[in-house]
Every structure is written in C-alpha cells, then in structure tokens.
Design a protein around this ligand. Structure first.
Ligand SMILES: Cc1cc2nc3c(=O)[nH]c(=O)nc-3n(C[C@H](O)[C@H](O)[C@H](O)COP(=O)(O)OP(=O)(O)OC[C@H]3O[C@@H](n4cnc5c(N)ncnc54)[C@H](O)[C@@H]3O)c2cc1C
Ligand SMILES: NC(=O)C1=CC=CN([C@@H]2O[C@H](COP(=O)(O)OP(=O)(O)OC[C@H]3O[C@@H](n4cnc5c(N)ncnc54)[C@H](O)[C@@H]3O)[C@@H](O)[C@H]2O)C1
Length: 328
C-alpha cells in the first residue's frame, strides 16, 4: 500500500490541493494548527453573530476557479454579494458601483472550506514544526513532539514565513519562501444595536488608516440582530501599530470610520480586534507553486500567486497537478 500525502494547512490552498489529489484517487491527510479550517478565510463566532474578519469577498477570473465557484454555489455554500459600494478619497465619500461579480461564503465565509473538508482526514489543533525526509518516506513532527507518518509526499500550504522552516530539507525552495515579505492587517469589528443611517455596504478607502470597511450583516445569510461592521487597517498603518493593544486599535479604527461614514456613529455595543500577521504578500508572484518533485515536497499558497482567495486556490491546484504529473 502506498503511504498517504501529507498536506500542512487547511486553508483554501491546502484544501484545493487535497480536492485534486483525492479526486485522482490518492489518500491525503491534512494538518491544521487551528481548531477549524479556513485560515484567512475563517469567520469568528461572536456574541453578535459570525464575523468575516479576514477575506471579505472574492472575485473569480480564471476559468478553473469559476467552475469551482459554480460547484460551491450549487452546494449552497457560496452566494453572490452585490453591496452598495463606495470609495473614500480626497475627503469625499462617493458611490462607486461596478459590474464586478463578488462572492462570499454563506452563511459565513468559513462555510466554503468547511464544505471542502467534507470527510477528508484532518488533524486539527496540530502545528507542524518539522518535516523530515527518510530513505523512502516523509515524516512530520508537531509542536508537542509527536511524530506523524510515513507520507509519500508533503505539500506545505501555509504563509511563506511559516513555510520557510518546514522547507529546510529543500534549501532552494526555502530560499524562495524566505524572500517573500508578507504584510500585516489589523481587523476590527463593531456592532451597533440601532442600524447606522447610511446606505454604504462596502467602501474602498484610499487615504488614512483604513483600507476597507463593510457592513458584515448585509452579506447573504448573516445574522441581522446587530448592525455589524468590519474595518481593515492599511498594511502601512497595521505595520506601524503592530504591537498596539486591541483597545488602541479599536479606538483608532473606530475613529477613522466615524470620520468617513458621514452619519452619527454611537458607541458600539460590541467590539473586537484581530491581528493578521501574515495577511498578504507585499507583491504578487507568478510561481503557481514551488516544487522539488524528486524529493516529493511542494509549497503553495496565496503568496505564490496574486495574494487573494482565487490565487490561493489556484496555487493549491497547481501544487497538486505538478505532483500528479510527476507520478505519471
Ligand atoms: C484581513 C484580510 C482581508 C482579506 N481580504 C480578501 C478579500 O477581500 N478577497 C480576497 O480574495 N482575499 C482576501 N484576503 C486574502 C485571502 O484571505 C488569502 O489570500 C487566502 O485566504 C490565503 O489562503 P491560503 O490557503 O494560502 O493561506 P491561509 O488561509 O493562511 O491558510 C493556511 C492555514 O495553515 C495553517 N497553518 C499555518 N502554519 C501551520 C503549521 N505549522 N502547521 C499546521 N497548520 C498551519 C493556518 O492556521 C491556516 O489555516 C484577505 C486576507 C486578510 C488577512
Ligand atoms: N487586507 C488584507 O490583508 C487583504 C489581503 C488580500 C486582499 N485584500 C483585498 O481583497 C480584495 C480582493 O481583490 P480582487 O479580488 O481583485 O477584488 P476587486 O473588487 O476587483 O478589487 C481590487 C481593487 O480594485 C479597487 N476597486 C475595485 N472595485 C472598485 C470600486 N468599485 N471602486 C473603487 N475601487 C475599486 C480596490 O482598490 C480594490 O482593492 C481587494 O480589495 C484587496 O485589497 C485585502
């Protein structure tokens, strides 16, 4: 019997790779350090309902990804989100509607990766710290010192700075990953008992602390008891405030939001902040995925492509396709 393929990371890239390999008849096993799947597409359950603190929506431009989105729509875990879009620049908030279809997981962003997990074997709460290559097989060690294996191949589907030490056996791949800079994003959520008197549902901000804000509860399928908003700091602001307290971050982003939104903003009934240390690659790449096919180790994730949900999915697809090609 052949050993299964190990996939480290149950975000959209790892699960995209898992789907391709599983469909081709290969046994896979995923390792995920968090308690659930999704990574930067995860949603946070809170007292005011679930909140999409990471990816807000995604676009689909590549034919293969469009097909995947259509399959998720058919399963009911993705719906189109057509918000009243605005932009803020030169001190003015103006409507900025466009024709671009935008998609979200429903009833929350994490519904997509949850559906992709299906009955695939995943070890949750398991952070992999090392990958070893034996004479024939791979084995993995986790943060608690437990060993996992044997595996025929390893796919590392985590942000580049976290992937680098796991790629030590393949120094060329490790060097490429080590050169990738990933920018942070501070995310804050505010919930109001009485809805704000504004038509804005999503806003691209082009100056100041904020990059984007959205009315979370107007996405399809979301709980609507509170008027919930998610605010994202720019990469520059987030980096400059990397070690700020959550209270300071909420206060500053709330203040910036209140300046822009153009209506009365009362004290929120609920707030939270989350720091994404490795939110997005500082620049796009066109690598697809990294591979040392002879060793049997691959790396993928948004940082190998466009730094978006679609790029991450395509990168996982590419890693798995290269592995299958090498087996033929
Ligand atoms: C604030 C924010 C807003 C965004 N907005 C958008 C948007 O609107 N549209 C868009 O298209 N994209 C957006 N993105 C980007 C998008 O979320 C990512 O490109 C995509 O989700 C990355 O997927 P991934 O699978 O490559 O990585 P991840 O989602 O990071 O998945 C990696 C997984 O690996 C796990 N992991 C890490 N290290 C280990 C380890 N050692 N052992 C085991 N498990 C490990 C992590 O817990 C995680 O679950 C946003 C990202 C952020 C942070
Ligand atoms: N905050 C983070 O950490 C992020 C990490 C990774 C991606 N992030 C944001 O995700 C969206 C997704 O990009 P996309 O799929 O290319 O979507 P898009 O809607 O086409 O937007 C791209 C970019 O174009 C500008 N823009 C688009 N539509 C409008 C509009 N109607 N009015 C004004 N400007 C528009 C805008 O600058 C968008 O950012 C993207 O927002 C990433 O920033 C966050």
């Amino acid at each position: 019997m052949t050993a299964p393929i190990a996939i480290i990371g149950a975000g959209i890239a790892g699960l995209s790779a898992a789907h391709v390999l599983n469909t081709a008849g290969h046994e896979v096993h995923l390792f995920e350090k968090s308690r659930g799947s999704g990574g930067r597409m995860a949603s946070k359950r809170s007292d005011v309902g679930s909140l999409d603190l990471g990816a807000q929506y995604f676009t689909a431009r590549d034919r293969r990804f469009i097909d995947a989105v259509n399959q998720w729509r058919a399963k009911g875990c993705v719906a189109e989100w057509d918000p009243a879009l605005y932009q803020y620049r030169a001190g003015a908030l103006t409507p900025s509607q466009d024709e671009q279809p935008r998609w979200v997981g429903t009833p929350r962003m994490s519904a997509i990766t949850r559906a992709m997990v299906g009955d695939l074997p995943v070890s949750f709460g398991c952070r992999i710290t090392e990958a070893f290559r034996g004479p024939q097989h791979w084995s993995l060690q986790d943060a608690e010192g437990h060993n996992h294996g044997p595996f025929s191949h390893v796919i590392i589907a985590i942000p580049a700075p976290q992937a680098t030490p796991l790629l030590a056996t393949a120094p060329k791949l490790a060097a490429v990953a080590a050169g990738v800079v990933m920018d942070p994003t501070w995310s804050a959520a505010l919930a109001f008992k009485t809805p704000l008197e504004t038509r804005v549902e999503g806003c691209f901000v082009q100056e100041g602390e904020l990059d984007w804000f959205a009315r979370n509860r107007c996405k399809p399928g979301r709980e609507a008891d509170y008027d919930t908003w998610v605010l994202h700091g720019t990469s520059a602001w987030s980096r400059a405030h990397l070690d700020a307290s959550k209270e300071q971050v909420i206060e500053q982003l709330h203040g910036a939001f209140a300046e822009i939104i153009g209506c009365a903003v009362p004290e929120p009934a609920f707030t939270l902040a989350h720091r994404w240390l490795y939110a997005r690659p500082a620049q796009s790449h066109q690598w697809g995925a990294l591979a040392d096919a002879d060793l049997g180790i691959y790396a993928c994730g948004d940082w190998c492509g466009t730094g978006r949900v679609e790029g991450a999915w395509l990168s996982g697809f590419d890693a798995a396709s290269r592995l299958l090609d090498h087996l033929q």
